[in-house]
Design a protein around this ligand. Sequence first.
Ligand SMILES: *Cc1c(COP(=O)(O)O)cnc(C)c1O
Ligand code: SF4
Length: 344
Amino acid sequence: MAITKLEDLRGIIELADEEKAWDEDGENTLPLLISDDIIPLLPINGIRHQFVPSIMENEDSVGSLDPQEEREHKGTERLVHRYRNRAAFFTTDKCFAYCRHCFRRRMTGHMIGPASREEIEEASKYIAEHKEIKEVLLTGGDLFTLSDSHLDMLLSIFKTNCPSVIFRLCTRAVAVNPERFTDSLMEIIKKHNHDAPFFLMTQFNHPAELTEKAIKATARFIDMGIPAFNQSVLLKGVNDDENILIELSNKLLYTRIKPYYLFQDDPVRGTSHLRVSIERGLEIEKNIRSELSGLGMPQYTADLPQGGGKVILTHAYYKGSITENGKERYIFETPDGEIRYYPE
Ligand SMILES: *Cc1c(COP(=O)(O)O)cnc(C)c1O
Ligand code: SF4
């Protein structure tokens, strides 16, 4: 049985004082829901901090509930059109487990429910009319909390009205509820995977989440020809450790998932206690880059406040240029910390 109350955790982990003090009706929080597949992993701190709430959520006063100002970039009621050529559609506000670091907590778990047929049709018309939109993220909440029939309806409408748009299937369910990916569900996805391709976007933050079941669920997509990319969030006490991130990336590659983004946790109120400083993030980025292949290296990325958009954060290897004898030369730091001059 999924965990929905602090008492349910008795006998699984010993709650710390700040966990016991969490107030589900307090400020800045979202429901407690931990799925069956995550429960046995809770003794691992890197899993526990992602799913067990803390009073620090309630007490946080930093940031806003919508730092990306997604509500300001509405295409339709559930469609955010912030980048010219891509948009995000909120299929639902529900998830199989709620992540304490959720940056969409202004809407997740608020029982708004799945997008209606009218909302899907309205969004698909908007996308079809805006020919510049090439990619749409089907996100939430978790897309796969929709029933098979609802998902079938949603994909039918989008694929019929926007056949040349690439849809990203954004889900954490392969990690937190891999049983969702039944034969009947996979048949529905297969049926709609024509014209423009689907891409699977996963969220694995810690190597322990890549259980055998999670790997198998992801493989069902990849075996169908759907490429898989992972978006992690850099989280204190979870993966703010070079060795953990390196292990995560290598495990992802063996699962045929490309590490895509490593997100700086957004300044969303209620998540400060999980945030890693950008200074430390940059150090981690540099350190893991020297241990990972290009395939294994995610892009460390921040989503700037006031709807500024995503920017890549990386150690500055380019140090400027100098002019010598009328010729300009670029100055670089090598990954080993030496200096090299690059001719113009
Ligand atoms: C992140 C995001 C996207 C996709 O950005 P990519 O850099 O292409 O992965 C699209 N729309 C919104 C609103 C986003 O937040
Ligand atoms: S799965 Fe995504 S939307 Fe759901 S709680 Fe986690 S981060 Fe938020």
